[in-house]
Design a protein around this ligand. Structure first.
Ligand code: FAD
Length: 381
């Protein structure tokens, strides 16, 4: 086991950290307050290559390895979880079905779209199918030369700003998992509209909307993998993206922690900096232990994946634990600030609001425990 990062991993980590500190920290509080998706910051992330950090080298991307991608999104989340989520949703989550199931021509088209500046979105969740994704109703009816899509997806990150989607739909609900197909869908296809934009508790710099498919024709050459393999594609996609969510959680906790340490050294009560009180020191020490443990969990999942070993269990352990950890740490960091932490004068309350989503999206904390327990009972540790 080697705890040293490669030069490339260090380079992308450092670049994302500088971007977060210089470009995100000074302004994201205002965008969060005003509920604005800052297009110009997304454009800057495109210019620097951070928006396309997941594009493989053979398709014109930077070819950053899996751990390097995770380090980059951890650093972005230290700056702002909303914009880090925009990146993960586009070049990782929405793109993993392409990694898993696309042929060469499809992959070229998909990645070119991202490199040309399109944002992508992953359309899985529906109003009636959240944790129970297999219960989806969005239908793909087979017609001459392709499929007609009908249905509504909800809570879609980048839903209103994306130029291309990966979409899951069923040939027939009665077929269960075996009826699910995955597609690449162009936003300009006739019949697509974006519905309600969510007014969220946190990650308010990300755009979250409904995406409505009303008799949308999707050509056969846009189906990813064989008919009925969409479920497997979806499960493999979530395995690949869960370590990234764990990395986002570590970055979010780290951001709140770094601010709180500085505050504790500066804030004076009873004639001393509050950092001199053991009660505050213990909050900080516990937070640091949590963050370090979370980082090791997602590093392990990345290492297993890069070594070509099974990593599904490690991915769910990392996602489940780190999501809960980020909530715990950000809540404690508000405590370090006392009353000021409860106000928008300081950034720490935003970290706490942002962190909550880490226990919800890409499988709730409960769903991760279901996955871990199922694997455990099958003999997988
Ligand atoms: C801001 C945001 C961004 C999102 N981005 C995307 C996106 O880009 N693409 C996308 O497809 N989806 C996205 N989602 C959807 C997200 O993945 C779902 O919200 C999540 O999977 C939970 O589904 P649900 O909201 O329907 O909750 P439900 O499934 O209704 O769950 C409600 C509660 O019941 C619990 N529960 C459910 N089933 C069980 C069970 N069997 N055992 C124990 N407890 C259970 C859950 O853990 C939860 O606590 C996003 C959501 C949000 C809020």
């Amino acid at each position: 086991m080697d705890f040293n990062y490669t030069d490339e991993q260090l380079m992308i980590k450092d670049m994302a950290r500088k971007f977060a500190e210089n470009e995100l920290w000074p302004v994201v509080g205002e965008y969060d307050e005003k509920d604005i998706y800052p297009e110009h910051l997304v454009a800057k992330m495109q210019e620097t290559g951070l928006m396309t950090v997941g594009v493989p080298e053979e398709f014109g991307g930077p070819g950053i390895d899996y751990l390097g991608q995770a380090l980059a999104v951890e650093e972005l989340a230290r700056g702002d979880l909303g914009l880090a989520t925009v990146v993960v949703a586009s070049c990782l989550l929405a793109s993993e079905p392409v990694v898993v199931a696309a042929n060469q021509e499809q992959a070229e088209r998909w990645w070119k779209g991202l490199l040309d500046g399109k944002v992508a979105a992953f359309c899985l969740t529906e109003p009636g199918a959240g944790s129970d994704v297999g219960g989806m109703s969005t239908n793909c009816k087979k017609v001459d030369g392709g499929y007609i899509l009908n249905g509504t997806k909800c809570f879609i990150t980048n839903g209103g700003v994306a130029g291309q989607y990966t979409v899951f739909a069923t040939l027939d609900k009665k077929m269960g998992y075996k009826g699910i197909c995955a597609f690449m869908v162009d936003r300009n296809s006739e019949g697509i509209s974006t519905g309600k934009k969510e007014n969220k508790m946190g990650i308010r710099t990300s755009n979250t909307t409904e995406v409505v498919f009303d008799n949308v024709f999707v050509p056969e050459e846009n189906r990813l993998g064989a008919e009925g393999t969409g479920w497997m594609t979806c499960m493999k996609t979530l395995d690949l993206s869960r370590p990234m969510i764990a990395a986002l959680a570590v970055g979010t906790a780290q951001g709140a922690f770094d601010h709180a340490v500085e505050y504790a050294k500066m804030r004076v009560q009873f004639g001393k900096p509050i950092a001199s009180f053991q009660a505050i020191q213990f909050l900080l020490a516990d937070a640091l232990m949590d963050i370090e443990a979370g980082r090791l969990l997602y590093h392990k999942a990345c290492w297993l994946k890069m070594a070509g070993k099974p990593f599904s269990q490690a991915a769910s352990i990392a996602k489940g634990w780190c999501g809960d950890m980020a909530m715990r740490v950000t809540t404690d960091m508000v405590q370090v600030y006392g009353g000021y932490g409860y106000t928008k004068e300081y950034p720490v309350e935003k970290y706490m609001r942002d962190a909550k989503i880490l226990q919800i999206y890409e499988g709730t904390s409960q769903v991760q425990r279901i996955v871990v327990a199922n694997n455990l009972l099958k003999g997988l540790r």
